[in-house]
Design a protein around this ligand. Structure first.
Ligand code: FES
Ligand SMILES: [Fe+2]
Length: 340
C-alpha cells in the first residue's frame, strides 16, 4: 500500500510536531506527501496550512509569523489560520483582497504535548490515552525522528511477539522464550487489542528501572492498535509497575515515517530517573529500527504476498482491516506495481 495514494488515510489525525518545538517561527512538516507549515497564531493555538504561497508558490515556512499570521518571505502576503490572505502590502488602502487569495488550511490541535494534524474530515478522534492525564502517572517524551520504513511495518512489529528473541538481543529478548506464553486477540471497531504474556530477560539497567533483581521476568502486555498508525503498548511487570508506550508512525511519504513516541508510567522521578527509562527504550527502538529500515515500504495488504506464522495474526488483522477501510471508501489498494 502506498500511503500517499490512499485518500482515506488523510481522514485520520497524526502527531506532526512537539508543541515545545513551536515558537515564534513557523515549522515545515510533510504529512502523507503534503508539504505543510505549522505555527502558533495570535491566540497561541497551532495553525497548519499548505506550505506554498498562492502568489508565486514560495514556501511559507521560510517566512515569519506576524501578528499571529504566516507571512510569506517573498512579497510579504500574510495568511491567517484558516488560510485566508489578510494582508497584501502592495494593495492600496481602499483595495479589497480577493477571496481567491488563499491557501489550503488543515485541522490542527494539541494533545499529549504534540500538534496533531488531519488533512481531511476526520473519521475518528485522536486516540484516547486515559493514563496520560491521570495524576498518578507521569508522561515522558521519548523519540521524534524519521524512520525510513512504512508505518504499517512498525505497527505490525509492535504486536509481533516472535521478534524480541532475535531482534532485542541486547535488551529484553529471551532465547528461552521464542514464542509468547499467551496471545489473545480481540478486534475493535477501529483497531484491535492483544492481551499477551511474554518471558523476557531483565538486564541490569532494567533491574534498576523496575526495582526487580530477577534476571528473567514476564511482561504482561495489553496492546491496542488505533487505525491506522498508532499503538498503545501497556506493559505490566510482576511488581505492579505499569509502563505504557504510545507510538505513532506519522506517514511522511510512502517510504518514510516520523516516529513519535512517549511513555506514561505510574512511578516517579525519585523511583526511576526519566533519563534511564528513555535510555532503555532508546536501545530497544534502535534494535527495531535496524531491522525495519530493511523492509519493503510497499506493504501488501493481500495476505497471499508474504508468508505468515501464528504470531503474525495481529499484523494479518491490521492488513485485513485496512483493506476493508479502503474498500468502504471506494478505494483500490495502490502499490508500486499498479503505479509504475
Ligand atoms: S510568493 Fe508569496 S507573497 Fe509572493
Ligand atoms: Fe521490537
Amino acid at each position: 500500500m502506498l500511503v500517499t495514494k490512499q485518500p482515506v488515510l488523510r481522514k485520520f489525525w497524526y502527531p506532526a510536531i512537539p508543541t515545545t518545538e513551536l515558537s515564534s517561527s513557523p515549522k515545515p512538516f510533510e504529512l502523507l506527501g503534503e508539504k505543510i507549515v505549522i505555527w502558533l497564531n495570535a491566540a497561541g493555538k497551532p495553525a497548519a496550512v499548505q506550505d506554498r504561497c498562492c502568489h508565486r508558490s514560495a514556501q511559507l515556512s521560510i517566512g515569519k509569523v506576524v501578528d499571529g499570521n504566516i507571512c510569506c518571505a517573498y512579497h510579504g502576503w500574510q495568511f491567517d489560520s484558516e488560510g485566508a490572505c489578510v494582508c497584501v502590502p502592495q494593495l492600496k488602502k481602499d483595495e479589497v483582497i480577493s477571496a481567491s487569495y488563499k491557501v489550503q488550511s488543515y485541522r490542527c490541535t494539541e494533545r499529549y504535548g504534540y500538534v496533531w494534524v488531519c488533512l481531511g474530515e476526520p473519521l475518528i478522534d485522536i486516540p484516547e490515552i486515559d493514563e496520560a492525564t491521570k495524576p498518578d502517572y507521569r508522561l515522558l517524551h521519548e523519540f521524534y525522528e524519521p524512520w525510513k520504513c512504512a508505518a504499517l511495518r512498525v505497527m505490525e512489529n509492535e504486536f509481533d511477539l516472535a521478534h524480541p528473541t532475535f531482534v532485542h538481543t541486547t535488551t529484553f529478548g529471551s532465547e528461552e522464550h521464542p514464542i509468547p506464553e499467551l496471545m489473545k486477540l480481540t478486534e475493535t471497531e477501529w483497531g484491535l487489542h492483544v492481551h499477551g504474556v511474554l518471558g523476557v530477560v531483565n538486564p541490569e539497567l532494567q533491574q534498576q528501572n523496575l526495582k526487580m533483581e530477577a534476571k528473567q521476568t514476564f511482561r504482561t502486555l495489553d496492546m491496542t492498535w488505533f487505525m491506522p498508525f498508532t499503538v498503545k503498548l501497556q506493559i505490566t511487570y510482576p511488581n505492579g509497575l505499569t509502563h505504557i508506550i504510545i507510538n505513532t508512525m506519522t506517514p511522511i511519504n510512502d517510504s518514510t515515517s516520523q516516529m513519535v513516541q512517549f511513555c506514561v508510567r505510574n512511578d516517579t522521578e525519585a523511583d526511576t530517573k526519566s533519563s534511564d527509562v528513555v535510555a532503555f527504550d532508546r536501545a530497544v527502538t534502535l534494535e527495531d529500527k535496524h531491522i525495519l529500515e530493511t523492509t519493503d515500504y510497499d506493504v501488501p495488504l493481500s495476505v497471499s504476498q508474504e508468508q505468515h506464522m501464528f504470531t503474525d495474526k495481529p499484523g494479518i488483522v491490521m492488513r485485513k482491516k485496512l483493506a476493508a477501510l479502503l474498500k468502504a471508501h471506494g478505494e483500490v489498494e495502490q502499490t508500486k506495481s499498479n503505479n509504475c
